[in-house]
Design a protein around this ligand. Structure first.
Ligand code: 7JQ
Ligand code: MG
Length: 214
C-alpha cells in the first residue's frame, strides 16, 4: 500500500519547513496541498480569516474539533499567548499520529493537548479531565452533521461563557445547513458569515463566526 496522504504531508513538512518555526510549517503544507496534492486543511485563504478572528479574541482556552493533520492547530497555537491552552479532538488515530508530529515539528506541543476520540464522548469530560471551566474560542472543523449537536452539548455542559466565539469551517462546502439554521435562528448567538474559498480551490466556502450571548 505505501504511504497515506497525511504521511506524505508530514514528509513535506520535514523536508521543507524549519523545526520550531510554525510559519514555515504552515507555508510548507500550503505549498504541498496547492501544488502536489489537495488535502482538507482550512488552508491559506480561510486561514487568514481564522488568524484575524483568533487575534481579536486572544483566547486563554481554545477547543478545536477536528485536528486532521494539525494545520489549523498550528495556525491557532502560534498566535496564542504564553500560558494559554488549546485542546484539539481527533477521531481518526492515523490523523492524530501525523498531527502530533506536525505540531511537535512546529514546536507548539506545550500549548496543545491532542485528544483521540469522539467529540460527543469527550466534551462532557472536558471539565473533569482537563480542568477547563470555559472555552473562549471553539473552532469547528470535523463532521458537518456533528456541528449542531456538539454546540448544544457545549452549552449543556456549561463550557461556553458570554462572549465565547465559535468559528465553523465548511459551512458552504461541504456545507453545514442544520448548524447554520441553529446559530442564525437562536437568540443566544450573534452570527456572521465570512465568505472565502474552499482550501486551495476557486470554489466558494466560508466560515461562520457565532458569539455566544450567555
Ligand atoms: O475543509 C474540509 C473540506 C472537505 C471537502 C472534501 C471534499 C470536497 F470535495 C470538498 C470539501 C471536507 C472536510 C471534512 N472535515 C473537515 N474539513 C473539511
Ligand atoms: Mg475544514
Amino acid at each position: 500500500t505505501g504511504t497515506s496522504r497525511p504521511q506524505r504531508m508530514l514528509k513535506a513538512v520535514q523536508k521543507n519547513a524549519t523545526k520550531g518555526d510554525p510559519q514555515s510549517v504552515i507555508s510548507a503544507i500550503d505549498y504541498y496541498c496547492r501544488h502536489k496534492e489537495w488535502a482538507m486543511n482550512v488552508g491559506d485563504d480561510k486561514g487568514l480569516i481564522l488568524d484575524s478572528v483568533l487575534m481579536e479574541v486572544n483566547p486563554s482556552t481554545v477547543l478545536e474539533l477536528g485536528t486532521y493533520c494539525g494545520y489549523s492547530t498550528v495556525r491557532i497555537a502560534r498566535l496564542m499567548s504564553p500560558g494559554s491552552k488549546l485542546i484539539t479532538v481527533e477521531f481518526n488515530p492515523a490523523f492524530a499520529e501525523v498531527a502530533r508530529q506536525i505540531i511537535a515539528y512546529a514546536g507548539l506541543q506545550d500549548k496543545v493537548t491532542l485528544v483521540e476520540g469522539s467529540s460527543g464522548d469527550l466534551i462532557p469530560k472536558m471539565k473533569e479531565r482537563f480542568g477547563i471551566k470555559y472555552f473562549d474560542f471553539v473552532f469547528l472543523d470535523h463532521w458537518k452533521d456533528s456541528y449542531a449537536p456538539d454546540t448544544k452539548l457545549l452549552e449543556d455542559c456549561g463550557l461556553l461563557k458570554k462572549g465565547t466565539v465559535l468559528l465553523a469551517d465548511n459551512v458552504i462546502c461541504p456545507g453545514a445547513p442544520e448548524y447554520l439554521k441553529y446559530v442564525r435562528n437562536s437568540p443566544r448567538y450573534e452570527s456572521r458569515y465570512y465568505k472565502s474559498n474552499l482550501e486551495y480551490t476557486k470554489a466558494e466556502d466560508g466560515l461562520e463566526k457565532s458569539v455566544f450571548l450567555g
